[in-house]
Each structure stands twice: as C-alpha cells, then as structure tokens.
Design a protein around this ligand. Structure first.
Ligand code: MEV
Length: 432
C-alpha cells in the first residue's frame, strides 16, 4: 500500500479521517468509531480543540487529577496534575501530607530573566563591529517600541542587548544576546517578535554602514539559567519519621546518600530527575504551559557544570534535614492556552489564579514532592510495591474484568504482592 498523500491539510476533517481509516485499518468502521468516540459532543468545544493544531482527527485524553494539602509558603494549595502514569498523583499527595505536618514547602524566586538571540555572521574588523553596535544599540529599543509598549506597561520589556563574539566556536559567528522580563506571560511571541525586529534593524543599519554582515536566524532560547525557582523542605532529623526505618537518623542518612549518588552518577541522575519531571510536567500540562521547552531547559541546567547531575540536593546540618531543588522555569499564566482551553482555565482557578512567579513556585514544589516520594520509596520498600498497587487497575482493565472479578482481585492483592503475572494468574484461575 502506498501511504503517501498529497494536499492532506486541505481535505475536510471528515475526508482526513476516512483516509486514515481506509489506509491503515482492515476494519475502517471500527477505527472511525474509536476516533468519533473521543470527539466532544459539544461541537463548538470540539472545534476549539480542532483548531489548536493542524490535521486534528480527534482528542487524546490524559487524566487530570489533583493533589491536595500542599502547604506552600504557609498557604494550602490543591495542585492539578495532568499525567498518565499511575502512581504520580498518589505520590504527590502523600508527600504533601507528610510535609504539611513538618512546616510545609518553602519556595522562592531567585530571578526571572528570559533570553533571545540573533545569530549572524560578520566578515571584518571586530572593533568596527563593536563601535557600530554601540552606535545603533538605542535603535534596537526605539524600533521595537510598538512591540514593547504593552509589556512595559506591565513592568516588563527588553532588559539589555549585548554583542557577543563567538568566533572561537564558528567562523565569523557573532550574536546579539538579548535579555527580557516578560512578567506573567511565558513571552515566546513577545521575545521572537522583538528579535525579528532586531534582525531587521541590524541588517538595515549594517547595509547603511557598508558592513559585510548576514543574519542567520533569530529565536528565543529555552535555556533560561537566570529564571530560577527554589523549593525546599526541612525539619529536625528526629521528625523525619518513616515506618519502615525505625530510626529517623538512619532514614535521613540513607536519603542523603541516595541524592549524593544522583549528584555524581549520570545514569542515576537522569532517572532521579525524570522523577522530578513527573511532578513538574504534570502541572505544566494542566496549566497549559510548554513542557517541551521546560524539559529542554531543565536538562541543560542539570548539565551546566559539564556533567549531567541531580537537580535536587539534600543535607543534614546541626540536626536539621534539608531537601531542596532549583530549576529554571519559563512559565506563563496569561496568553497562550491559558485563557483559551477551558480546562486550563479551570486548573488556574483551582490554583487561585497565580502569577507566573507563583506558578513557578507551585511547579517546583510539585517536582520536589515527587522526588521526595520516589526517594522515600526507593530507600525503604522499593518503588514496585506502590507502583504496582496503582498499576493494578490498568491490568484489571486490560482483562476487562467484571465488577465481581474486580472486587475479588482487589481484595486478594490487598494482602499479596502485585505483579503482572500474579494478577494474570489470579484472573485466569477465577475464570476457570
Ligand atoms: C518513575 O516514573 C520515576 C522514578 O524512577 C524516579 C526515581 O527513580 O527517582 C521512581
């Protein structure tokens, strides 16, 4: 079968779906039924979702859960999380409850600077370019005034523009490296519009000055090492109680060791940080933010010292256990999907309409809570016990168990170790 198609984007939604169903399924009707089953019955709402992207055929559901009882800077929050992994919301809730009785989470904004660059080549005397840049620098600001006006009213705007000589990396390579404050918006559109205007100004002025300069591209950077939030929990070591390890000092020591391993060993660091991102991404998705941007930036930050390392740190000092996380987060609570997607709006209301800085704090806390839950399990029972308990529902659903079977399975595995094969065997025995 030839699966290539010309002019697909110009087909109607109905035509696109029937092409997919006929091209890839031996039973097209069955495929069509599944696709339609996930359409929203409210046509206007479905159209809204259709128009978020190109070639929409249906919607892919991801569960939206909430983790309550998060005490953050003295205030309780219920955190919405969109995620498909069984144990994540349960783990977040468990951590929230644990720390609520030990002073809660503290979160602080370290800085909020965003970055964008115009990449260009210049073949000539670098001093001449530096003088040219100093001369025309005010023009970058004046030429972008129509773009920056509203942002300035909100207290943001362009912070600075630097000329950077990058010829040690690539022949004739220079940059305009610009920094921005974008307040409650993530700022991608604002930054990219400013940068494209910088590029136009640069080209025009270079031509007037007779400089041999060519712009390659203009784009924001998703690496934001000066847009950092810190989340922390701490308590007396005596209060770090854990039912599987009788002495809190032993639990604290083992926990710190687990973090130290992630600090020095990249294979462990990646999984350790993945656990943090379980919490971070779930809140980012629920609040309509760009999780790919955050993922890329966070992992670059984790490798900033030349080796990929843990994003969180733990210590015991003067009888106090402290566990903390610092991550770069470029988030928005206005613009983008935030006022467009009804569920995103709802999630932001559950969070009591946070500013971007407040959302950064909430997201970092969710990441730290997730990391605490994972390390607590890993250093005591192992993760499989809790993980498989949560995964039990998925296995039951896979076997389309009846209500009666479901009750019997749940009763049995309350006291027995859950594994895929044990559940399958139990179901098969039931059905004999
Ligand atoms: C699973 O999604 C996340 C963990 O592997 C994280 C970790 O190992 O720290 C449990």
């Amino acid at each position: 079968m030839n699966n290539a198609v010309a002019g697909f984007s110009k087909l109607s939604k109905k035509e696109k779906i029937s092409w997919i169903a006929n091209e890839y399924f031996s039973n097209p009707e069955e495929a069509l039924a599944i696709i339609r089953n996930y359409w929203n019955s409210d046509e206007k709402l479905q159209q809204l979702h259709d128009e978020f992207i190109e070639n929409t055929i249906t919607n892919l559901y991801i569960p939206l859960g909430v983790a309550p009882n998060f005490l953050i800077n003295g205030k309780y929050k219920t955190i919405p999380m969109a995620i498909e992994e069984s144990s994540v919301v349960a783990a977040a809730s468990k951590s929230a409850k644990y720390w609520a009785t030990r002073g809660g989470f503290k979160a602080t904004i370290i800085n909020t600077e965003k970055i964008g660059q115009v990449h260009f080549t210049y073949n000539g005397d670098s001093q001449k370019l530096a003088d040219f840049f100093t001369n025309i620098k005010p023009k970058f600001f004046s030429d972008t005034q129509s773009i920056t006006k509203n942002m300035q009213q909100r207290g943001g705007g362009i912070l600075d523009i630097e000329l950077r000589d990058k010829r040690n990396l690539l022949e004739n390579y220079f940059q305009l490296h610009a920094t921005f404050e974008t307040k409650d918006s993530m700022g991608a559109n604002f930054i990219n519009s400013c940068l494209e205007q910088f590029a136009t100004t640069l080209k025009t002025e270079a031509q007037n000055a007779g400089l041999d300069l060519e712009v390659v591209m203009s784009i924001l950077s998703n690496y934001v090492p000066n847009c950092i939030v810190r989340a922390e929990v701490s308590c007396n070591v005596e209060d770090l109680t854990e039912k599987h390890i009788p002495n809190p000092h032993d639990f604290a020591a083992r926990f710190v060791q687990a973090v130290q391993i992630a600090e020095v060993e990249p294979f462990r660091a990646v999984t350790h940080n993945k656990g943090i991102m379980n919490g971070v991404d779930a809140v980012i998705l629920a609040t309509g933010n760009d999780f790919r941007a955050v993922e890329a930036g966070v992992h670059a930050y984790a490798a900033r010292n030349g080796q990929y390392s843990s994003l969180s740190h733990a210590k015991i000092e003067n009888g106090i256990f402290t566990f903390s996380l610092e991550i770069p987060l470029a988030l928005g609570t206005v613009g983008g999907l935030t006022s467009l997607h009804p569920l995103v709006k709802l999630c932001l209301e559950i969070l009591e309409k946070p500013s971007a800085e407040e959302l950064m704090q909430i997201v970092a806390v969710a990441g730290l809570a997730q990391n605490f839950a994972a390390l607590r399990s890993l250093t005591t029972t192992g993760i499989q016990e809790g993980h498989m308990k949560m995964h039990l529902n998925n296995i039951i659903n896979q076997f389309e168990a009846t209500d009666e079977e479901r009750n019997l399975i749940k009763l049995h595995f309350k006291k027995n170790v859950v594994s895929h094969s044990a559940v399958v065997e139990f179901i098969q025995n039931l059905r004999k």
